[in-house]
Design a protein around this ligand. Structure first.
Ligand code: DPX
Ligand code: MG
Length: 564
């Protein structure tokens, strides 16, 4: 049989570990979809819209390192761009594949699903701005080089890429691919830079007394968790995590000192950071949200180890092409033991305050939802927390060893948890996936619950219904923060159809006893998702949200600088 452009793409996707590709069909990508579906290692997963399709691929990439979504031109791709923005912000290699007009029509005719002008490069131009590599195949002969280039760049940079495939090229003859090693082999660190960075860093640290390690979200993105553990156990110092890094370091480790998030830190992590005289920042990202409106930027010299570079504060030096993994392992061999911040932290560590159980009949509270969620966690659990007060409830959870935690703090698209957990659960069906989401967020992407039903994924959705956009209310209130209240439990059961698929279970909980019952039923329900609508008072939000919201609002409302 003829080996085609579509076959080339399918083979490369399978060779980098993709087993599910997320799609929404359109007449510009149907032949391509045939080729992908024909590959024995690929399973096509339909999504209800392209926003959810791209976010499902983002969630899939969190589970197995890379994801792919296939959409039609413009009407599909423009929605998918939002999930690609998330992948870019979150350092996830998601491959966006868009069908495109027939090459004979380019610059000749006006076509549907376009802006209605003789312009056929606007989408490629847009994609260039939100990916690390964007290519459009114009001739079948160019497909191998272009496809390999895009995939290799995505894996090296841990960023999304864009591949545009005209509808009449997917079935055209194409060369067969060479070894996948040419596409996936990583860049080694530059040896002299690595040596100099390690020497400089160990001398810099020797001159300090109180080191603390601050772990950021990028460590997981390059698979450097084990290398981090080596450095942690070579120094013996206190280790704190940025909120978006939760899940990157075992919370039962003796050196774990909490989530550092300024005044809304957990376990007094901010106290030990304030006591340190040097912060070893590994894969960190400092934004307005992660620094509580700039109120908790590091105030001591830092050693900054990023995805492929190292920066020292004194002497002020920068080393490029130093892979994080290599640097951490080499530094672990070079540093000397210094556990004084761990000793100090053990003096000030707060006693674990186990929440008081509410009595059965009491009105359900946020605290009770968080307390009962904590009881659900097992080593096989993965918790997805949504932008909203769920962030703060999730960050407070104590993860048992093996439990995983996913958060989208950089992009912060409300509704992300539903499609992203759907994609994730397809890649890791053996795990128990639990979402903590809000009523506003759920309204953004609720359709994807129907794909959880179709794929029989027993995802547990804890929908905290506080009647509105509470984060926004705490930052700055207005009528715009009110939303239409839905019957969420009834809605998800509307996705159940007589002709096949699993079953969604919709439950409501207004008291401590009802959520306890609902969780038991959710655990037992295996043939599809369970949504539990947890109805709490509109003003029942975490104290951390109120503090954090206050300072973020202050940061948002700074007057323009004079000289701007
Ligand atoms: C509207 C918005 N952010 C702005 C926003 C708007 N649009 C998208 C796609 N993403 C966003 N983060 C946010 S955080 C709401 O408070 C979320 O409300 P909800 O899901 O109900 O959660 P809380 O009640 O806990 O805040
Ligand atoms: Mg809400």
């Amino acid at each position: 049989a003829l080996f085609t452009v579509g076959d080339y793409l399918a083979e490369r996707l399978a060779q980098i570990g993709i087993r599910h590709h997320f799609i929404v069909p359109g007449d510009y990508n149907l032949i391509l979809l045939d080729k992908l579906e024909a590959h024995p290692s690929l399973t096509e997963v339909g999504c209800t819209n392209e926003l959810n399709c791209s976010l499902a691929a983002e969630g899939y990439a969190r589970a197995c390192g890379v994801g792919v979504c296939v959409v039609t031109y413009s009407v599909g791709a423009f929605s998918a761009f939002n999930g690609i923005g998330s992948a870019y912000a979150e350092n996830l290699p998601v491959i966006l594949v868009s069908g495109a007009p027939n090459t004979n029509d380019v610059d000749q005719h006006l076509l549907h699903h376009t802006l209605g002008e003789h312009d056929f490069i606007y989408q490629l131009e847009m994609a260039k701005r939100i990916t690390c590599c964007a290519i459009a195949i114009r001739r079948a002969a160019h497909a191998p080089e272009l496809i390999d280039r895009a995939i290799r760049t995505a894996l090296l940079k841990r960023k999304p890429v864009y591949i545009e495939v005209p509808t009449n090229l997917s079935g055209e003859a194409c060369a067969q691919p060479g070894p996948i090693s040419a596409v996936v082999k990583p860049f080694p660190s530059d040896a002299p830079a690595l040596d100099a960075a390690v020497t400089g860093a160990s001398e810099f640290l020797r001159a300090k007394q109180k080191p603390v390690i601050l772990v950021g979200p990028k460590v997981r993105r390059v698979g450097a968790e084990k290398a981090l553990l080596q450095l942690v156990e070579a120094i013996g110092c206190a280790v704190v995590l940025q909120p978006a890094a939760k899940g990157s370091f075992p919370e039962d480790h003796t050196q774990f000192a909490g989530i550092f998030w300024g005044q809304v830190s957990t376990l007094a992590a901010d106290t030990i950071v304030n006591w340190a005289d040097v912060l070893i920042c590994i894969g960190t990202v400092f934004t307005d949200y992660s620094t509580v409106g700039w109120t908790s930027l590091p105030s001591v010299p830092q050693l900054v180890a990023d995805i492929d570079s190292v920066a020292l504060a004194n002497p002020n030096m920068y080393f490029s092409h130093v892979q994080l993994q290599d640097f951490l392992i080499r530094l672990a061999e070079a540093v000397s033991w210094n556990s004084c911040t761990m000793t100090e932290y053990n003096r000030l560590r707060p006693d674990p305050a186990l929440g008081q159980a509410s009595s059965g009949q009491e009105r359900l509270t946020r605290k009770e939802v968080a307390r009962q969620t904590q009881l659900l966690l097992t080593p096989e659990t993965t918790v997805f927390t949504e932008t909203g007060d769920s962030w703060f409830n999730g960050i407070q959870l104590c993860l048992p060893p093996g439990a995983e935690f996913e958060i989208e703090m950089q992009w912060g698209h409300i509704g992300w948890t539903i499609p992203a957990s759907f994609g994730y659960a397809l890649a890791k069906p053996e795990r128990r996936t639990i979402l903590m989401t809000g009523d506003g967020a759920f309204q953004m992407t609720a359709q994807e619950v129907s794909q959880m039903v179709r794929c029989r994924l027993p995802i547990i959705i804890l929908l905290i219904n506080n009647r509105g956009y509470t984060i926004e209310i705490e930052i700055h209130d207005g009528l715009y923060n009110r939303i239409q209240n839905w019957n969420y439990a009834l809605l998800v059961e509307a996705f159940n159809s007589e002709d096949g698929g699993g079953r969604a279970l919709g439950l409501k909980a207004h008291t401590a006893e009802e959520i306890s019952e609902a969780l038991k039923r959710a655990i037992a329900h295996k043939d599809g998702p369970t949504l539990i609508e947890c109805s709490i008072h509109q003003d029942d939000c975490s104290r951390e949200l109120i503090t954090w919201g206050h300072f973020v609002a202050a940061a948002n409302s700074r007057v323009p600088a004079k000289d701007k």
